[in-house]
Design a protein around this ligand. Structure first.
Ligand code: C6P
Length: 409
């Protein structure tokens, strides 16, 4: 018999935490959209950096300094290739998606927005692609418009077409929603935005870890994502941007390593990417993020996406059998997560109940107040999957949900 192309049971052995028992029961981790678990290869790379090569980057010419710089810059090359970016110097290291989006809002927004200019966001954005824009809009007198979602949980592109006009300067959109799971048609949106002369910033937090993402094919101007959602450590992320835009943007933060020359009169800035990387970066985290990207590439993002799509289909069918359930988001073309509401059980009660069975899901608004207002619920329960999850774990989730339904009657 042929070996299956993608075997989650073998892959699980790469993740030490997945053999953890809680309440004497094997952990069922269904919260990878919040943060993914880390394979040994990443954990070891992180520790090895501190054990053998720890030094600051771009500063010292001693052996360790050179090794640290080489590993840090090597990671930039890996990450650029991971997202199909032709120029590694257009990949800026940040702390996370949030910092990347704040960088664009501040460095680009403060120099390109004026009174009456329009920023188009969507009702399904995470707060990190809303709040930075609200802060900048208030200061610059710009106006924010929101693309509504359809009944099915997709962006209403007809309304987007109506919203776009000669005052639109930027469109901010999630590639994949962290609540609805919807995968948005970025290249189409980018074409529409470019037609009116606007630029496009994409929140890739929930897409980059789960499917092949190629910035050239996307056709957007900025893409932000986080290491910790893609099997890497916390404290690292990437903002990719078009060179012309990054070149003309002022720095976001000032400090060491981002300067060319500092005098009493003022400062000239370093070239890309250093202009945007003030201060000592999270070197070990960046290095380990590169290893995480290699790990995912070795598994194959196509394989990951295909397997997770199968898993989410299975989960949608299974969750759909629960009494009084409402699943939020479209049936097809979605990322590997399912948010749902049970008529008779509050999401927080449900997640506490599941926790007793050692099942980790997330309950709450998932940093999407606007979306939850639109859905008409204050909170939802979300099970989110990665390639290390299995159908058996979904069966355990369903069995525990049924017990909760009996318990809360
Ligand atoms: N969503 C979730 O449980 P950071 O925290 O900067 O790494 O990622 C922010 C972020 C941005 N966009 C989307 C679509 C996201 O899902 C997240 C993080 C987590 O859904 C924590 S709220």
């Amino acid at each position: 018999m042929n070996q299956p192309a993608f075997d989650p049971y073998t892959i699980r052995k790469d993740f030490p935490i997945l053999s953890r028992r809680i309440n004497d029961t094997l952990l069922v981790y269904l919260d990878s959209a919040a943060t993914s678990q880390k394979p040994s290869r990443v954990l070891e790379a992180h520790a090895a950096f501190y054990r053998t090569s720890n030094a600051n980057v771009h500063r010292a010419i001693h052996q360790l300094g050179e090794e640290a710089t080489e590993a840090y810059e090597g990671s930039r090359v890996i990450l650029a290739s991971f997202i199909g970016a032709p120029d590694p110097n257009c990949c800026l290291f940040t702390r996370n998606t949030t910092e990347g989006l704040n960088l664009v809002a501040n460095a680009w927004g403060r120099t390109h927005l004026g009174p009456g200019d329009e920023i188009v966001l969507t009702e399904m954005e995470h707060h990190s692609n809303i709040v930075p824009w609200q802060l900048v809009a208030r200061e610059m007198g710009a106006v924010i418009r929101y693309v509504p979602i359809t009944e099915e949980g997709r962006l209403d592109l007809d309304v987007l077409a109506d919203l776009l006009g000669n005052r639109t300067r930027i469109v901010g959109v999630a590639h994949a929603s962290n609540v609805l799971g919807t995968i948005n048609p970025i290249s189409e949106i980018a074409r529409m935005a470019h037609d009116v002369g606007a630029i496009v910033v994409v929140d890739g937090a929930q897409s980059v870890p789960h499917m092949p993402v190629d910035v050239t094919a996307l056709g957007a101007d900025f893409l932000a994502f986080s290491s910790h959602k893609m099997c890497g450590p916390t404290g690292a992320g990437v903002l990719w941007g078009q060179r012309e835009l990054l070149e003309e943007m002022p720095p976001f933060m000032g400090g060491g390593d981002m300067i060319d020359r500092v005098t009493k009169e003022g400062t000239t800035f370093a070239k890309l990417p250093y202009k945007f990387e003030a201060g000592t970066p999270d070197v070990a985290e960046v290095v380990a993020m590169g290893v995480a990207a290699e790990y995912l590439s070795d598994l194959g993002l196509d394989n990951i996406h295909a397997y997770e799509t199968e898993l989410v289909d299975y989960a949608l069918d299974a969750i759909g059998t629960l009494a009084g359930v409402k699943i939020h988001g479209p049936r097809n073309g979605r990322a590997s997560l399912v948010s749902f509401s049970l008529e008779r059980v509050h999401p927080h009660d449900l997640s506490e109940f599941l926790n007793q069975d050692s099942i980790a899901v997330r309950a709450g608004h998932h940093c999407t107040h606007i979306l939850h207002d639109v859905l008409g619920v204050p909170a939802t329960t979300r099970a989110s999957f990665a390639f290390y999850n299995t159908r058996e774990e979904i069966d355990l989730l369903i069995a525990s949900c049924r017990k909760a339904l009996d318990f809360f009657g």
